[in-house]
Design a protein around this ligand. Structure first.
Ligand SMILES: [Ca+2]
Ligand SMILES: [Ca+2]
Length: 137
């Protein structure tokens, strides 16, 4: 039995997060090769344990320019063995997490009046690829 949790379940551009793999007993042989990342949209560092094999952590780095609200990290339990030497079976999956590493871009800038005289004002419209906050001109 294995619980997989991510410290941050909504990962943004420039962020990484810690993934914790909590087994119900101490295991050996747990490496990155046992982790299934086909639905992860990112890469994982090598898992390390600080309590002799029961809890493991690794750093997850999301793929750039991805917007996907449905992602999971899984582990092939056949790749790990308990202290009695018995290999696990089946797969364990993390709960769902979201990734938004797509940076907004400016799609269009339009000026209402292209022929301004002295003292006139006009409206400039900025259109972004997605909603943005904190626009500073
Ligand atoms: Ca997905
Ligand atoms: Ca293994």
């Amino acid at each position: 039995q294995l619980n997989i949790t991510l410290a941050n379940s909504r990962i943004k551009a420039g962020e990484t997060t810690t993934v914790t793999f909590a087994f119900n007993e101490a295991v050996t042989g747990f490496t990155r090769d046992d982790v299934v990342l086909s639905d992860a949209n990112g890469t994982l560092g090598e898992p390390t344990t600080s309590d002799n094999g029961r809890t493991w952590t690794a750093t997850f780095t999301p793929t750039a320019n991805v917007e996907d609200s449905s992602n999971t990290i899984s582990v092939n339990l056949a790749g790990v063995t308990n202290t009695a030497g018995t290999a696990g079976s089946g797969q364990a999956s993390s709960t769902n997490y979201g990734i938004d590493t797509r940076r907004p871009t400016v799609v269009a800038i339009t000026v209402a009046d292209m022929h301004l005289g002295i003292g006139e004002t006009t409206t400039v419209t900025f259109t972004f690829s997605e909603a943005v906050t904190d626009l500073v001109l």
